[in-house]
Design a protein around this ligand. Structure first.
Ligand code: NAD
Ligand code: UD1
Length: 335
């Protein structure tokens, strides 16, 4: 009775594996290290003091994936593995569609073959597109996506819904994450993208460590409280815990398709992030105001009510925790 975690050495996956191991769950992890490093395996063991099986493999390698199911009694899958850089996906659409879509299709075929029909999928608030209002609720239809990355998320949600229509034995949870930030309090695991980061918090971390000279704030003329963009930042440990509640939900219901936003329900501006980071860490973040970034929305945040009512899950960590833990992790990195 093991839970397979694909992409389990990545940012959100590694924090979820920690939470699963802390609950004494049997966990099998796979990753091809396209966006993470083998050291994370040892770091997870160090944090938890627990052992787990790890397979270095690419989801596109169907034969090797079948071996994982042959060698273990996998009862549920949490599927994180995918490429996630929005800008890169515009430049490399074939790589993104191939890795994310074909990787998921192969995973689902193998799961079906081994009669494992419970899956939790890492989706994103990006599938809502522009709804014209800032607060996103699960009853809204999927919207128009603006880049291949977002389109893969939307397509995989649809594939999973169609799969359930064809075979009512499947149990599927689609988790729509808002903006994950922060790191495990040990500072051993966190978000450490290669190169110049696209996302706000990793960029702030690099400015704080002096690796980058200043932050560019993309626009201060949005119709928001201080003119800068507003998002729903969620601590990655809260997010990881949401997967535990999702597994419990699947095991209670057994079958069906369930969709949940995982966010705090509170929007913070770019300036809120900068000011809080400076205050709790006692460090200056130099910034300049730059033009708006193409494709950005002024303001978006989750309606987290459904996750509270049906999963009994709420985010507990605040913006200060997020900024403190991000900085603690960043200081322990060499890049
Ligand atoms: P990440 O890149 O840190 O983790 C993904 C992991 O999957 C990496 O370790 C990578 O090496 C692995 N991987 C990718 N393709 C693979 C393949 N074909 N075979 C095996 N392993 C493969 O990303 P993350 O931030 O932890 O995100 C996890 C999931 O959540 C992704 O699907 C992502 O799209 C989704 N998501 C992330 C965010 C975010 O802001 N971080 C927001 C919404 C949704
Ligand atoms: C971005 C992606 C989204 C993806 C999400 C999580 C785009 C258009 N959207 O969302 O599809 O699901 O990341 O990976 O890329 N900001 C700055 N300066 C920076 C970086 C960001 O001012 O250097 C601002 C942005 O304008 C935005 C906020 O900070 O207002 C958050 O940006 P970011 O972390 O990139 O997340 P999203 O834009 O929400």
């Amino acid at each position: 009775m093991a839970i397979l975690v694909t992409g389990g050495t990545g940012y959100i996956g590694s924090h979820t594996v920690v939470e699963l191991l802390n609950l004494n769950k049997e966990v099998v992890v796979l990753d091809n290290f396209v966006n993470s490093s083998p050291e994370v395996v040892g770091k997870i063991k160090k944090i938890t003091g627990k052992e787990f099986k790890f397979y270095e493999l690419d989801l596109l390698d169907k034969e090797k994936l079948q071996k994982v199911f042959e060698e273990n009694n996998i009862t549920e899958v949490i599927h994180f593995a995918g490429l996630k850089a929005v800008g890169e996906s515009v430049k490399k659409p074939l790589e993104y569609y191939s890795n994310n879509i074909i990787g998921t299709l192969i995973l689902l075929e193998v799961m079906r073959k081994y009669n494992c029909k419970k899956i939790i999928f890492s989706s994103s608030a990006t599938v809502y597109g522009d709804q014209g209002v800032p607060k996103y609720v699960e009853t809204m239809e999927r919207g128009k996506t603006t880049n291949p990355y977002g389109t893969t998320k939307s397509m995989i949600e649809k594939i999973l819904e169609d799969l359930y229509i064809s075979d009512k034995e499947w149990g599927i949870v689609l988790l729509r994450y808002f903006n994950p930030v922060g790191a495990h309090e040990s500072g051993l695991i966190g978000d450490n993208p290669n190169g110049i980061p696209n996302n706000l918090m990793p960029f702030v971390q690099k400015v704080a460590t002096g690796k980058l000279p200043e932050l560019s704030i993309y626009g201060n003329d949005y119709p928001t409280k201080d003119g800068t963009g507003v998002r729903d930042y969620i601590h990655v440990v809260d997010l990881a815990k949401g997967h535990i509640n999702a597994i419990e939900k699947l095991n209670k219901e057994q079958t069906g398709v369930y969709i949940y936003n995982l966010g705090t329900g509170t929007g913070y501006s770019v300036l809120d992030i900068v000011n809080t980071f400076e205050k709790v860490n006692n460090i200056k973040i130099p910034y300049k105001i730059a033009p708006r970034r193409a494709g950005d929305l002024p303001e978006l945040y989750a309606d987290p009510t459904k996750a509270k009512e049906e999963l009994n899950w709420v985010a507990t960590k605040n913006l200060e925790d997020m900024c403190r833990d991000s900085w603690n992790f960043a200081q322990k990195q060499n890049k």
